[in-house]
Design a protein around this ligand. Structure first.
Ligand SMILES: Cc1ncc(COP(=O)(O)O)c(C=O)c1O
Length: 447
């Protein structure tokens, strides 16, 4: 590939559409030519600490020199082959074996995709399939939560609980409905006296199932910690109640672990924070730390049995060209081993405490900062108009993120005025301190 100078790249960048924003906002992009650890290096000479490590996904950090070797070796032998009828490959077999029982002892069977949206599409189709096979074809409604982010393809975007992603596409499609998310700080549902937000938000699920009719509801999808919709950490009782409600009304529970999987929360999976047993788990991002695109779902043994024991004319007719991509799976295997060898999940827990403490110090310092929340290396802080009203200040959050970028820190505003952090799980104490320092300086400038 030819090496071009920054000015030429900037000019030619208009040949691409960039996701999730208006082209007019793409005036001064950081064109990253290389990255190392937590640092991004731009073609214009900028050096930026990536507080969001890509899109919450480069869990082992940038610039690992082993994964390219693994990919090259695998590609030299076999880059790709079909995984359809009568074909498989050693790398996908070994990654599926490694993942069996890794998140939950009942999740032993994997179907690979190339990313999170495809994983959720696969999960929804599996819900429809399962209920048809169980003689309940009417169970086609999927309940998700407001402020959820489940991806951008048609069904995944319909499950996503942010109207901005729907408006210009006529979404959500039929049979996707949204209930309030268990946001302790700003709960949108009805809260009864003496009830916790976790209890009220779980009650909202039961009420929605009863309102729609349990015979029409097939699945409930939830991120263990909501990411792009505003970093919502549920209260401890939430998932216990949700699991019980799903069991009571025969609703399959899909845990969307696309962000929270592979160490991000200081546990291997977000479901481990609350001993949650999903029926289906979606994953992507951290499985390869973004070095190659890969995702997938895992299904419970009960769902697997239904698929495996189906008569030949009722097969699970689902399949993606790149499912089980050999090079991506080989990278996935080594990526997980690296996380294990370098104890990155433990590091996420330790460094997360340090980051949380630093962000709380900023809360003490600035009155427009409130509600610091997170687990492991997944954190959000609220930028508010004032602490009494708790009204999110989106404009100020955007201004802080911009000022942070000018100081060499990438931080992402999400939701109603939340600034999110999800740095590399290999981050050092000094680098955590740099995040807090640069963020503090950005807040000072905006204040
Ligand atoms: C929780 C969650 N689910 C699904 C997705 C969609 O993944 P992808 O962008 O790989 O399609 C994302 C992306 O950020 C996500 O955060």
């Amino acid at each position: 590939m030819t090496t071009l100078d920054h000015a030429t790249l900037l000019q030619q960048d208009s040949r691409q559409l960039h996701g999730l924003h208006h082209p007019s906002l793409h005036k001064d992009p950081l064109i990253v030519e290389r990255a190392e650890g937590v640092w991004l290096y731009g073609t214009d000479g900028r050096k930026v600490l990536d507080g969001m490590v890509g899109l919450w996904n480069v869990n082992i950090g940038y610039g690992n020199q082993e994964l390219p070797d693994v990919a090259r070796e695998q590609m030299q032998k076999l880059a790709y082959t079909s995984g359809f009828v009568g074909m498989s490959n050693p790398a996908s077999i070994q990654l599926a074996e490694k993942l069996a029982g890794f998140a939950h002892p009942t999740l032993n069977t994997t179907y690979f995709t190339s990313g999170g949206s495809e994983s959720n599409e696969t999960a929804f189709k599996t819900v429809y399939y399962y209920w048809r096979r169980m003689g309940k074809p009417g169970k086609v409604k999927i309940i998700s939560r407001m402020n959820a982010y489940h991806g951008i393809t048609i069904a995944a975007a319909s499950a996503t609980g942010v109207s901005h992603y729907w408006e210009m596409f006529g979404l959500p499609i039929a049979n996707f409905l949204h209930i309030p998310d268990p946001n302790d700080y700003r709960y949108a549902g009805d809260l009864r006296a003496g009830e916790s937000v976790a209890q009220a938000a779980a009650r909202a699920l039961e009420e929605a199932i009863l309102r729609e009719g349990p015979e029409t509801v097939g699945g409930f999808i939830a991120e263990p910690i909501q990411g792009a919709g505003g970093l919502v950490v549920p209260g401890d009782e939430y998932f216990e109640r949700v699991r019980a409600i799903c069991d009571e009304y025969d609703v399959l529970l899909i845990a969307d672990e696309v962000i929270t999987g592979f160490g991000r929360t200081g546990e291997w999976f977000g479901q481990h924070l609350w001993n949650l047993r999903p029926d289906i788990m979606s994953f992507a991002k951290g499985v390869t730390s973004g070095y190659l695109p890969l995702g997938g779902i895992q299904v419970s043994d009960a769902i697997r049995d239904v698929i495996v024991n189906a008569p030949a004319d009722q097969s699970w007719m689902h399949g993606l060209t790149y499912s089980g991509h050999a090079a991506a799976c080989a990278v996935g295997i080594r990526n997980i081993e690296i996380m294990q060898e370098q104890k990155l999940v433990e590091n996420a827990r330790e460094m997360g405490k340090r980051l949380g403490a630093g962000l709380n110090r900023l809360r003490d310092e600035f009155d427009f900062v409130d509600n610091v929340r997170g687990r492991g290396l997944l954190w959000g802080i609220e930028i508010v108009v004032d602490r009494e009203s708790r009204k999110g200040d989106k404009a100020k959050a955007g201004a802080i993120a911009k000022a942070a970028m000018q100081r060499g820190l990438r931080a992402r505003p999400v939701g109603a005025g939340t600034i999110a952090f999800a740095p590399s799980l290999a981050i050092t104490a000094g680098e955590v301190d740099t995040i807090v320092e640069l963020l503090g300086s950005a807040m000072d400038a905006v204040a």
